[in-house]
Ligand binder design. Sequence first.
Ligand SMILES: *Cc1c(COP(=O)(O)O)cnc(C)c1O
Length: 375
Amino acid sequence: MRIDELPTPCYVVDEALIEKNLKILRGVMDRTGCRILLAQKAFSMYALYPLIGQYLSGTAASGLYEARLGREEMGKENHIFSPAYRDDEIDEIVSLCDHIIFNSFSQLEKFKDKVLKAGKSVGLRINPEFSTQEGHAIYDPCAPGSRLGVTLSNFKPELLDGVSGLHFHTLCEQDSDALISTVEVVEEKFGPWLSQMEWLNFGGGHHITRPGYHIEALEDCIKRIQDKYGVTVYLEPGEAIALNAGFLITTVLDTLKNGIDIAILDTSAACHMPDVLEMPYRPPLLNSGEPHEKKYTYRLGGPTCLAGDIIGDYSFDEPLKVGDRLTFGDMAIYSMVKNNTFNGMPLPSIALRDKNGDCKIVRSFGYDDFKTRLS
Ligand SMILES: *Cc1c(COP(=O)(O)O)cnc(C)c1O
């Protein structure tokens, strides 16, 4: 069907736009010999895993369920990091994953032998304590008191036996300059142990597919580290894989006035785009302008009870009317993976747009999806 025939609310992910990102990432792999994984927590639309698997080395998971999904739906290299693993899950995790990355020496000591016995690779997450971003403290694993990664003062070189890789993840939507300065600090602090490793994982947060990202500087950094220490570099971006490759289509249910013009949509910031409230940010909306840039400005909000369920203020050439369809951009990442049914909100359908522009719904949801998560 055509995109304007899809029922709303509906996420639409565009295969050609995903493939465009994948080609950029594949270029980095080909020119450097590094390996790039899909961080599934950002984008787990497994209908596209066969396509993603044609370009990338595999999947990165945050826990058992993502690890299973990566194994079942892509079946390539499968890596996992979790701040702590459960006794009742570790055996299955070890059977599913190739790299198991620990967050502390106590977790490492507890589970390392199981991993080695299974012939899998043991990794340790380090914390270089080097913040490269202002503003987003909840996205900064280097903030004071962070629980993520072993700091130099907690580092125990005598316990590195059997560890074949180090992992850091400290960036969020950043360019290669932030990576380069982070790598310098990692070398200063952890340099003495890098040559004894087989791999070094630079985590995610690399906005490689954003227009203007300095890819050459990234590649120089990867090559330098690989040559200097004899390691394979891994990257595990989430955002970069599906950046600007998806949409959320919604319909105007009502318009009202309270000093300003307001439109109620059939999608909710709180349920369907929680990062809009959490990050927070104003998602792009096709054919709209900044407030008051065009003639008619509206505050767009969802149908939930939450007073703050507001997507943002946008302006339009024509007044909005009931039944109008609006299309939010950059809605593939950190959207459907974070959905919830607060207020009994229906979950948006998930559709795929192929290279010819044809759309097909790959999943739709109903009342049971709300009910079966409760009792
Ligand atoms: C979030 C996360 C990623 C992916 O980050 P993006 O910002 O989506 O690229 C990769 N690795 C780890 C450990 C993460 O926590």
